[in-house]
Design a protein around this ligand. Structure first.
Ligand SMILES: Nc1ncnc2c1ncn2[C@@H]1O[C@H](COP(=O)(O)OP(=O)(O)OP(=O)(O)O)[C@@H](O)[C@H]1O
Ligand SMILES: [Mg+2]
Length: 236
């Protein structure tokens, strides 16, 4: 199993959207993917086609295991934030039955991030092309350290908005070839969520899905070579 962590020092930047949509896209290539919600928000399932009222508590003795038609297995800790130890136990529990586990980690949960980092093949740090996310860039860089398996994704890129375009360039200048993907701001993302449909099924031709699909290709390569650095993205 390849464990892929998706996280950010800043909340609300699209971590869960990326984790869920990537799970769907990677599963489409034939791999089995576990979408592992460690946030205590129980919202990752909404991005892989599970309804809000449907319970997907996983890896507990009473768990009702769900494998979706898409090849994604949603596993959630429900609404109680797990500690680092419980997160490790969950990762161990899902490891046998899956090619990829994509873990959504809450922005302020550094304990879980640190506990899972040694087990992971890749850690995606999601930043938003917005001033608030940029303010936390130094913290994101500190968290990443020199670890080559930590790569950066800039979400909400919008060439028409000055701050967004500048923000994408600024991140690229700061982290260099560790920017693995730019994901465009796209109305289809919100529309998919509002429709309770996974984004790649709701809007397969959307700009955001094109960008996430390109990212999934990088992930497949990087996850096989955990020590490798990410290719540079063209920020225009
Ligand atoms: N590329 C995008 N284009 C348009 N809307 C987006 C994009 N990415 C995310 N969003 C929207 O931004 C909101 C926040 O996304 P998401 O819940 O994935 O963020 P998060 O980082 O997981 O937040 P939290 O810290 O609360 O867990 C959602 O309403 C989502 O639909
Ligand atoms: Mg989230």
């Amino acid at each position: 199993m390849s464990l892929i962590l998706v996280q950010s020092p800043k909340g609300g930047v699209g971590v869960t959207m990326c984790a869920g949509s990537l799970a769907m896209i990677i599963a489409k290539s034939g791999a089995t993917v576990t979408a592992l919600d460690l946030t205590g928000q129980d919202s990752l399932k909404l991005w892989v086609g599970v309804r809000p009222e449907q319970v997907v508590y996983g890896a507990a003795p009473h768990a009702k295991d769900i494998m979706l038609q898409s090849g994604v297995r949603p596993v959630s800790v429900g609404r109680a934030r797990p500690g680092a130890m419980q997160s490790l136990a969950l990762v161990d529990a899902v490891a046998i039955a899956t090619d990829y586990a994509i873990a959504d980690i809450a922005s302020d949960d550094e304990d879980t991030l640190n506990a899972l980092m040694p087990r992971s093949s890749l850690c995606l740090t999601v930043l938003s092309a917005q001033a608030g996310s940029l303010a936390l860039l130094p913290r994101a860089l500190e968290r990443a350290g020199e670890d080559g398996k930590v790569v950066f994704v800039v979400n909400n890129v919008d060439a028409r908005r000055r701050v967004a375009a500048d923000a994408a360039r600024m991140v690229a200048a700061s982290v260099g070839d560790r920017v693995t993907a730019l994901i465009r701001h796209d109305q289809a993302v919100e529309e998919a969520l509002a429709s309770l449909e996974p984004l790649p099924l709701f809007a397969p031709l959307s700009a955001a899905v094109a960008d996430l699909t390109a990212l999934s290709g990088c992930i497949a390569k990087l996850a096989r070579r955990p020590a490798a650095r990410a290719p540079a993205a063209d920020v225009g």
